[in-house]
Design a protein. Structure first.
Length: 547
């Protein structure tokens, strides 16, 4: 038995610290004594910079943005008791109370512009009242927002003058998921633009009141530069890709070991792995997000760590996807040719591509990056260009399931079922689905843009979605196999032919010995031939034969 397994069993004798996997309420997390990976040193750096007190940060969903906003609300409410033992408690922070206006826009209705307007107005008024402002019902919600800033700022000055050791001057404004309603409506660009314009009226109220704002913190997935908050607040500091904040969201390898080692040792024992092998596999599955030009440190997705270590399943699975896909990306990909995208290596991307100006001119690569399906792999300071790629195995499987479904004009569940047929060696069902996949390509609205290598790329999406490690153009001593796909359950060697019979594929596989490097694995090896019609691009013949 590995020493790591022995240690894990010893660890189970003591209650493990609680893992937070649902709540983004900082006060609730701390009161329940759940694990909080201390990021307050970053927070202290942000809130202490009086020259840059208006801050924006973009991160993919479920990366801890809402928890950070909740933390800031409690920080500016002066609730020092919630920060005992954290890095910020050891600093010069004064723990003064400020009025806090808090908005969280991710759950507003966007069924119609009218539904959004009613929901938006009601929500804003309610949040202003919670902040201590009595709204005037004859005024619009954005007019009330402006007056609330005026009123609460003046109140804060009076309070600070009377009790300077307890109160601080200025209003704190926290806006979580500022872009969510626009993103939710992107399937209908006209509706999204109307929602954007209505929200811009609210944000414009801050333009002439920056002197009354002690600190403004705004989070989102995308940077919609035509939302008036960016034009109104010329001094806004976007920390999304700044080196000092590269690991403010997500867990580094060191943080994972510091806070979660007992849980990981228990999980490793359950999986029958040494602790070292477990950590390596967990890193492959969940660590790979990079959010800075010059800092190469990558981080884990927090929700993936939480779900994995709380559920303790006997294997690693795609957890992030179970919390839902971003509607912004889903709406957009309905009208895009995903076969143009190479998720494993997108090169020469400019930083300006990550900002969205015109909703009618959205591009897939920036949206995939902002929603977490692509991340920084490299950056060239001489050209100021990025190389993007898929962060980790979990994201790779989910993205490829999504793209395979979109390519076929079907949903991702359809693509997942097709992958299940492949793993179960149910060849009749698999080939029926595969023919449907390629038929959608052949007669889709973007047929003109489908290149020859799209045959293999479309298949690669499907293979990656069900956990295959694959190589396209697998170079061997006697030639190059089109696709070699390896899975713990089996190995598949694909040969694709255009305008030739399927038997020609098997002849080439056997004559070139494409299967020879994999014979020693002890796993089933399947040779799969696919034959396409040159004119229609349909898959017209296919077969699978065991080695």
């Amino acid at each position: 038995m590995h020493c790591g397994m022995i240690s894990a069993m010893q660890d189970t004798e003591q209650p493990l610290p609680k893992i937070n996997d649902v709540s983004d309420d900082f006060a609730e997390l701390r009161k329940n004594d759940a694990i909080y990976v201390d990021k307050t040193a970053f927070v202290h750096k942000l809130v202490s910079d009086r020259n840059s007190n208006i801050v924006f940060v973009s991160r993919p969903r479920r990366f801890g943005k809402s928890l950070t906003v909740s933390l800031l609300k409690n920080l500016f409410n002066g609730r020092r008791e919630l920060f005992r033992g954290l890095a910020i408690e050891k600093t010069d922070w004064k723990w003064l109370k400020h009025p806090v206006i808090y908005f969280r826009f991710n759950e507003l209705s966007t069924i119609s512009v009218e539904d959004f307007a009613a929901d938006f107005d009601s929500y804003v008024i309610g949040q202003l009242q919670d902040a201590g402002f009595a709204c005037n019902t004859t005024l619009s919600c954005w007019q009330n927002f402006g007056k609330a800033i005026d009123f609460l700022a003046e109140k804060s000055r009076r309070d600070a003058k009377e009790r300077p050791d307890e109160f601080g001057e200025g209003v704190v404004i926290l806006i979580d998921e500022y872009d969510a309603p626009v993103g939710h409506a992107l399937a209908d660009v006209e509706k999204a633009e109307k929602i954007r314009d209505r929200m811009s009226s609210l944000y414009a109220q801050m333009k002439s009141r920056t002197g009354d704002i002690r600190f403004l913190f705004m989070t989102g997935v995308s940077k919609f530069t035509k939302l008036s908050v960016f034009s109104a607040l010329s001094n806004i500091k976007d920390v999304s890709m700044l080196d000092p904040y590269a690991t403010m969201f997500g867990y580094t390898e060191e943080e994972l070991g510091e806070y979660f080692e007992p849980h990981m040792r228990v999980h490793a024992a359950k999986m029958g792995l040494s602790y070292e092998d477990y950590r390596a596999e967990m890193k492959r599955w969940y660590n790979g997000f990079r959010f800075a030009r010059n800092v190469e440190t990558t981080v884990y997705n927090p929700i993936s760590v939480a779900y994995t270590l709380k559920n303790l399943e006997p294997g690693f699975t795609a957890t992030w996807a179970t919390t839902g896909r971003p509607s912004m990306l889903m709406n957009f990909l309905k009208r895009e040719d995903v076969l143009r995208i190479d998720p494993e290596g997108t090169k020469k991307v400019r930083a300006s591509a990550f900002d969205v100006a015109e909703l009618r001119d959205l591009q897939p690569i920036p949206l995939l990056f902002q929603s977490g399906y692509l991340t920084v792999k490299d950056f060239n300071p001489l050209t100021n260009l990025f190389v993007l790629g898929v962060p980790d195995e979990e994201v790779r499987q989910d993205l490829c399931t999504l793209m395979a479904g979109v390519a076929a004009g079907r949903n991702s569940q359809w693509a997942a079922r097709l992958g299940d047929h492949l793993l179960a060696e149910e060849w009749d069902e698999f080939f029926i689905g595969l023919k449907s996949l390629y038929a959608a390509m052949a007669y889709g609205s973007t047929e003109e843009s489908v290149h020859e290598n799209s045959y293999g790329r479309c298949l690669s999406f499907l293979l990656a979605s069900c956990g295959f490690r694959f190589r396209m153009e697998d170079v061997q001593a006697s030639g190059r196999a089109d696709i070699v796909a390896d899975h713990p359950a089996l190995t598949c060697i694909f040969e694709l032919k255009v305008g030739e019979p399927v038997d020609a594929a098997f002849t080439q596989i056997r004559e070139k010995g494409y299967a020879d490097p994999y014979r020693a694995s002890g796993k089933p090896i399947w040779l799969i031939g696919l034959s396409f019609d040159r004119d229609t691009r349909k898959l017209v013949d296919c077969a699978a034969r065991p080695l």
